[in-house]
Design a protein around this ligand. Structure first.
Ligand code: ADP
Ligand code: MG
Length: 713
C-alpha cells in the first residue's frame, strides 16, 4: 500500500484527532497543517527540559527552568526612571528566592492568582539583572500546598517529568494545547508511516525506521542527549533528514540518467566560423575559457543533449564562451537562441553577437516585447525559415508563435533570474537542442550539485588578464561629498561613472523620484559641466537604448540609474560605481552592481552609501563587500546571512521543499544521501528492477510533476 492510498489515515483531515474541532482546524491550517501526515512532520522547534524540578538555588541562568516555589510577596510597582508599571511576585523555597515580573498584565487577575502562600510550578527563562534573579512572564501551574514534589512530576506526564517539545504556534493556539493534541497524534499515527529507504542503506547509516524517528523527535526519551537534540544532531532527526535527501537526490539522479539516454544532436566540429573568430578577437581566450569551451564542445559533439551550467564570476567572460558555442551550432546549420532577463542586457548581447556574426556573414536578430508588429513578423519568419542564424531576446523568444526552423542550441544568460519553466520552454523550441545556462552566482559545490543535480557544471575560475582590484569604500551619508569628489576626479580624467538607486518595485514613486531628482541636481549643480544621463525601468525601450548607447560611446559621462543596469552591462571605460542606500541591496546584487566596473585596464572604485539607519544584517553585508571581491566568498557569506531557502530560491529551481532538512546544516548528510541515491539508480537500472518498485512509487508521490520540471524539463 502506498501512502497516497486514500484509505491511509495519513491523508485524513486533522479533525479525526481528539481536541481538534471546527474552531481548531483553521488555526492549524494557518500553520499549513491539513492532514495527519502534515501534523506528524510538524516537528518541535526546540525542547524544554522538565525531567527534574530544580530548587531555586540550582536554577541555571540563560535557560528555561522548571521549579516549585511559594509566593512570598506580590504587588505592583512603578519604575522610577521610565515610569513603567510592573507586577512583581517574589517566590521562594528552602534554598532561595527569585523575582517574577510581568510588564503586560491585568492586575486583578494576577493578584487573585498569586496570593501570599500560593504554591505553583513555574517555568521560564532565568535572567540576572541585579542581585536577585528574575523571570519575565513565566508560565505557572498552581498546585496544592500539600502536594509532594515527586507527585507533581508524575501527576501530569504531558507537561512534567520529561523533555518537552516546543512547537511553532499561531494565534489562539498555546503550547499546552498543541502538546496535548500532538500527544494523541504521536500515540496513534506514526506507525502508518512506512519506511521506503532501501534496507541496506538504512543499515549502512544505522537509521531508524521513519515511524520510530518521528515518535522520538516529538517525544524524546528521557535518556536522550538533549544537547545533540537541540543541535539537530541526534539520530532520530538525522534519519528523517537522510530520508528526505535520499528521495530528492533519487529524483535528480533519475533525471540525469534520463538526459543521458535522450537522443540529441551530435554536432561536428567544422572550424568554419570558430577559427576565423578567434583570429579576429582582439585578445586571447583565458585558460579557463579555453577549458570550459572544451567541456562544452565535448557535450555538443556527443549524441545526447547538453545540459550544462556555466558558472563564472562577473566579468569572467562568459559571453565569449557562449559566442563560440553558438558558432559551433551554426557551423552545423543549426540555429541558436540566447535569452537574457532584461532588455538592456539583451540589447547589449545583440550588439556583441551581431558585430561578430556580421563579420562572418551570419544573420542575427533581436526579439523583445515592445517591437512593432511589422518588425516582429519579419523576425518570426526569419526564425521559421532558418535564414536567421541567431536570435537574442527576452522571454519573448519563448512565446507561442516563435517557431524555429532547427534550433540546435539554447543559451540562458543570468539563469538565476529565470524560473525552471522558462528553461523547459526553451528546450521545447527544438528537438532536444543543447542547453547552456550561465550564471555569475557561485554556490558551494554540494549545493550546486543538488540545485542543478541534472546539469553538468563548468566553472570559469579566472578573470581576463589586466584587471585591477576594485577599491570598495563605505561612506557615511554625511561623507557623501568625499564620494562626489572621487567621482569628479574620475570624470575629469575622461572616465565614466554610475550612480545607482534602489528600486524595490518599479512602481515605487519615491524611489524613482530620488533617482530623477538626483540626476537633476547632478547635472545642474554637483557635476555641472559633465554630461549626466538618467536610466530607469519606467522609460520606453527606445529611450533606454538611446541613453545606454550614449553612455557606451562616452557621450553620457555620469549615468544615474535604478537597478535596471544590475546584471551583465559591460562598459569598460566606466570606473566608478556609487550605490545609494546600499543597505537596501542584497549581497549578490551589490556584487553584480560592483561588477559593472573594473572591466577595463584602469583602477576602479565602488562607493557604498548606506541610508542613515540600517540593520545589523545590512552592516554585515556591507562589511563583506569591503572585505572581498571574491564572488565565491560573497556567495558563502550571503548564504550564511540569508539562509539557504532565500539564497537558493529552491522553489524556483523546482526542487521539493524540505520538511525537516536544512541544506546548510545538513550538508554532510546530503552528500552521503546523494552518493547512495546515484548508486541505487544505477544498480536498479533506473528503478526498473522489481525490488525498487515501492521506492519508485514513493518517489513519484513526493516529487509529483516536479520530477519533470526540475532544473530543465
Ligand atoms: P560576464 O562573465 O560577466 O558575462 P562578459 O562576458 O561580459 O563577462 O565579459 C566581460 C568583459 O571581458 C567583456 O568586455 C569582454 O569583452 C572581456 N573579455 C572576455 N574574455 C576576455 C579575454 N579572454 N581577454 C580579455 N578580455 C576579455
Ligand atoms: Mg554576462
Amino acid at each position: 500500500m502506498s501512502q497516497a492510498d486514500h484509505s491511509s489515515p495519513l491523508t485524513q483531515k486533522l479533525d479525526i484527532l481528539k481536541g481538534v474541532g471546527p474552531r481548531m482546524l483553521p488555526k492549524l491550517a494557518k500553520l499549513n497543517l491539513y492532514t495527519i501526515e502534515d501534523a506528524l512532520y510538524h516537528l518541535p522547534i526546540r525542547y524544554e527540559d522538565r525531567r527534574q524540578l530544580k530548587t531555586i538555588n540550582q536554577l541555571t541562568e540563560g535557560q528555561q527552568q522548571v521549579f516549585v516555589g511559594s509566593v512570598l510577596a506580590a504587588g505592583e510597582t512603578v519604575t522610577s526612571r521610565s515610569r513603567r508599571r510592573i507586577f512583581e511576585v517574589i517566590v521562594g523555597d528552602k534554598t532561595g528566592k527569585i523575582s517574577l515580573k510581568w510588564f503586560r498584565y491585568r492586575k486583578s487577575w494576577l493578584q487573585k492568582r498569586f496570593p501570599i502562600g500560593q504554591k505553583a510550578v513555574f517555568i521560564g527563562e532565568v535572567k540576572r539583572f541585579s542581585a536577585i534573579r528574575e523571570i519575565h512572564h513565566p508560565d505557572a501551574e498552581l498546585i496544592n500546598t500539600t502536594t509532594e514534589l515527586s507527585a507533581i512530576l508524575t501527576s501530569d506526564p504531558l507537561n512534567f517529568g520529561r523533555i518537552l517539545p516546543v512547537y511553532s504556534l499561531t494565534e489562539g493556539l498555546s503550547q499546552k494545547q498543541i502538546r496535548k493534541i500532538w500527544f494523541g497524534l504521536i500515540e496513534n499515527f506514526p506507525q502508518y508511516i512506512k519506511t521506503f529507504l532501501p534496507l541496506e542503506i538504512q543499515q549502512k547509516h544505522q537509521l531508524l525506521p521513519i515511524s520510530e524517528a518521528i515518535t522520538n523527535v516529538h517525544w524524546p526519551e528521557n535518556s536522550t542527549n538533549l544537547y545533540k537534540l537541540e543541535k539537530g544532531e541526534d539520530s532520530a532527526r538525522n534519519s528523517l533528514v537522510f530520508d528526505e535527501f535520499f528521495f530528492l537526490e533519487l529524483g535528480l539522479a533519475l533525471k540525469r540518467a534520463g538526459v543521458q539516454l535522450e537522443k540529441g544532436i551530435a554536432f561536428e566540429f567544422e572550424h568554419k566560423y570558430t577559427l576565423p573568430l578567434s583570429k579576429m578577437l582582439p585578445f586571447k581566450l583565458t585558460d579557463a575559457q579555453r577549458r570550459v569551451l572544451g567541456e562544452i564542445k565535448h557535450d555538443m559533439m556527443s549524441p545526447h543533449p547538453m545540459h550544462r551550467l556555466l558558472q563564472g564570476d562577473v566579468g569572467s567572460g562568459k559571453t565569449l564562451v557562449a559566442l563560440m558555442a553558438a558558432l559551433i551550432a551554426i557551423e552545423n546549420r543549426a540555429q541558436v537562441a540566447i535569452i537574457a532577463p532584461t532588455e538592456i542586457l539583451v540589447e547589449q548581447h545583440y550588439r556583441t553577437f551581431h558585430e561578430w556574426l556580421d563579420k562572418l556573414g551570419l544573420k542575427t536578430a533581436l526579439l523583445v516585447g515592445g517591437m512593432t508588429a511589422a518588425s516582429r513578423r519579419e523576425v518570426l519568419s526569419g526564425i521559421a525559415d532558418g535564414s536567421i542564424n541567431l536570435v537574442v531576446g527576452t522571454h519573448a523568444v519563448l512565446q507561442q508563435g516563435v517557431d524555429f526552423h532547427h534550433l540546435g542550441l539554447g543559451v540562458v544568460d543570468e539563469q538565476h533570474r529565470f524560473g525552471v519553466k522558462q528553461r523547459s520552454l526553451l528546450k521545447h523550441k527544438g528537438a532536444n537542442p543543447d542547453i547552456l545556462v550561465m550564471t555569475a552566482t557561485p554556490i558551494p559545490r554540494t549545493l550546486s550539485m543538488t540545485l542543478y543535480g541534472d546539469l553538468s557544471v563548468s566553472v570559469i575560475d579566472q578573470l581576463p588578464p589586466g584587471r585591477k582590484p576594485i577599491a570598495t569604500e563605505l561612506f557615511r551619508p554625511a561623507q557623501k561629498q568625499a564620494a562626489y569628489t572621487r567621482i569628479r576626479n574620475e570624470l575629469e580624467q575622461g572616465r565614466q561613472a554610475y550612480v545607482v538607486y534602489p528600486l524595490v518595485e518599479e512602481s515605487e514613486k519615491s524611489d524613482l523620484q530620488a533617482a530623477t531628482s538626483a540626476a537633476e541636481s547632478f547635472a545642474n549643480e554637483i557635476f555641472q559641466g559633465f554630461r549626466v544621463g538618467l536610466l530607469h525601468g519606467k522609460m520606453k525601450s527606445a529611450e533606454k537604448d538611446q541613453i545606454m548607447e550614449r553612455f557606451r560611446c562616452g557621450d553620457v559621462q555620469l549615468l544615474v540609474a535604478t537597478t535596471v543596469i544590475e546584471v551583465g552591462v559591460d562598459v569598460p571605460n566606466a570606473t566608478v560605481m556609487m550605490i545609494e542606500h546600499a543597505d537596501r541591496f542584497g549581497l549578490s546584487q551589490l556584487h553584480q552592481l560592483r561588477g559593472r566596473v573594473g572591466r577595463g585596464a584602469d583602477k576602479s572604485y565602488c562607493l557604498l552609501i548606506p541610508s542613515a539607519n540600517y540593520s545589523d544584517d545590512a552592516r554585515k553585508r556591507l562589511a563583506v563587500m569591503v572585505q572581498t571581491e571574491d564572488g565565491f566568498r560573497i556567495a558563502e557569506a550571503d548564504l550564511k546571512i540569508r539562509g539557504p531557502g532565500d539564497f537558493l530560491g529552491t522553489r524556483q529551481a523546482g526542487l521539493p521543499d524540505f520538511r525537516v532538512a536544512n541544506l546548510l546544516k545538513d550538508m554532510k548528510l546530503l552528500e552521503s544521501a546523494r552518493h547512495d541515491a546515484f548508486d541505487y539508480v544505477e544498480k536498479t537500472d533506473q528503478l526498473s528492477k522489481p525490488e525498487a518498485q515501492s521506492v519508485k512509487e514513493e518517489l513519484i508521490r513526493r516529487w509529483g510533476s516536479r520530477l519533470e520540471l526540475a532544473s530543465i524539463g
